[in-house]
Structure formats: C-alpha cells, structure tokens
Design a protein around this ligand. Sequence first.
Ligand SMILES: [Zn+2]
Length: 351
Amino acid sequence: MKKVISFVVSFLILLTSVTVVFPVSSFAANKNVVVVIDPGHGGEGDRNLGAQYNGLSEKALTLQVANALKTELEKYDGVTVYTTRTTDTAVSLEERAAYAKSVGADFVFSIHFNASSDHAFYGSEVWTSTFGNYYVAGANFGNVLMNQWSELGLYQKGVKTRIGSSGKDYYGIIRACVARNMPCVIMEHAYLDHGVDVSKIKSGDFINQLAVADATAIAKYFKLKSATTGADYSGFKYTSVKKPGKVLYQDETGPEKCEIKVLNYDLNSGNILVEMTTKDSQSPVIYFTYSYDGGKTFNTLQMWDRTQTTQSFNVKVPSGTANPVIVCAAYNNYEKGTLSNPVQVAAMFNY
Ligand SMILES: [Zn+2]
C-alpha cells in the first residue's frame, strides 16, 4: 500500500466572538423527545451520491440505516421521529436543518458513511459542533454511540470537531443546525473504501445492526424506555464532557514524537522486532504503520493502543531481503501522520 504522509502547515484562523445560547436540557421522562434523522446525500451528481466504492453507495446506505433506525427508535415511548428524506432525492443542508427546526427537533442525527482520499483509514467517527453546549451534547451522545458501535467490532476513531475559515463549524449540516439552535452530529459509521470495514458492511444484516446500535445510543442518551420491548434506559448514566472554555480547533499536525528502535531480529523467520514510542499532546494516536524498504511502501494501518506511548511489534521482511531499512509512522485521529527515524538492519534475510 502506498501511503502519503501529510505534513501540514498550521495556519491561523481569525475568529470573531461567538455567542452560543443553547440550554443544557435534562430530558425528563415525561418530556416527549423529537428526533430528526438525516440520511446524508441523495439524488444525482457527485456530491449527492456520497462515497461510492466496492459496489456500495453511501446515499443508498444512509437511507437504509435511517429507515431501519426510525423503525427501531419508534419502539420506544415518548419519542417522535422524523427523517429529512425518504427517497433518493437531493435535499440541501439548509433545507434539512430548516425541516428539523420546523418539527421542533431536540437533536439532529446525520447518517453517513466514510471514505478517505488515499483509502488508508477505517473505523467510525463522530463530528459535532465545536461550540459550548452544542459540543457538550454532541460529544456526550458521540461517546455513548461509540460504545454501541464498538460492540459491532468497528474501530472507534473518536468524537471530533472542525472549524472552517469563517470561524464557524466546518460541516454544513452542523453549522445549519447550530444556527437554528439545535445540536447535531454527523455519524460516520464506517469506510466504504477500506477492506477492514467493507467486509463487515457486506456481512449478514450488518446495516440493520448499525441501525439498532444507533437507536440504542439515542435511547440511552435520552433515557428512553419501551413498553413494547421492555428495554429501559431511564436510569442510564454517562459522564459528561466539560463545556469547552474556548474554541476547539482541529488538530492540524501529526504526533510530535515518533521514534523507533530495532530490539531484535530473526534470520530464520524474517521477523524484526521494533519498538515505537509516539506522543501527540493534542489528539490520540490511533494508527501506526511500518515499512521495511525505507518508506517506499507501508503496511496497512494497524490499530495503536491509545493508552500506551510505547509498543513493540514484528515487521516481517520477505526472504531475499538484504539490509532492510525500517521506517514507521504514527497517525492521530485527525489522520495526521509523523514518520519515524529510519533504522537499517545490516543483515541478509534468506529463510
Ligand atoms: Zn457523507
């Protein structure tokens, strides 16, 4: 796999002061909750199709998840569910948010599937507003959701925020919802362009399982219960994130540290034991990869245990390799990577 490590030049964005007035609601059992589900994309034309890979179509999958999610969520009491589209039609982001406002949405859940430009990443992620209580609502829900998703075996990249050059939320649906005083999350369920996720998406009734996971997370977040199924999340508790005291910027830089050493190698198996130490003070390191040809080609991204700063792993070189040069890279959950120092192993691997 060919990988391009992006070295990113940080730039400053001038911000005007932003005032956010969104009450932190505690959703009491007797309050009817209004949920708006927004199946991303729809209609014709590049942007409307969404990601299209491996015979999978984002605009079709989002509608499939949304329909199943609505059915699942309606099994709960005290919740009214609307969707921003029910057919394969183009709906603008402003129209989606305006519709959600018109039905009195307490929260807008925008359903998406992911893809990356070099097809390197896999897993789920949640985007939400960077501002005040919109962030609190989005991050709290996102954390509940990620627990549900990880039960399905999806790798969890985290809850993230992104600011655009206007100083407002970068993503249009989030911006349009916040402008109308509604919290919103973009739920990127999985990547349509990476085998790790595609194999799951194509297996059994995975799409339906995703919808059930989404519904369960929403039910937990709003402490719903169902007389129909007996599910009762009225006592569900989560630890709330703190309201940010300042604007949360996206991480534009890779981990500040990525160092490797070769601990050992075995001429009989071709295994080289490498120890890597990596650190990123802004966002968690979640993937790593390695190369034995000095960085010309890299292995598929591996999952990095984000509770550790140092881990060791085997790099297997093919038989016939002379003097391999090991180079590794660490990536944070903003997909920014840092290359390690190169280490040459002066040996001929014939086995
Ligand atoms: Zn999308």
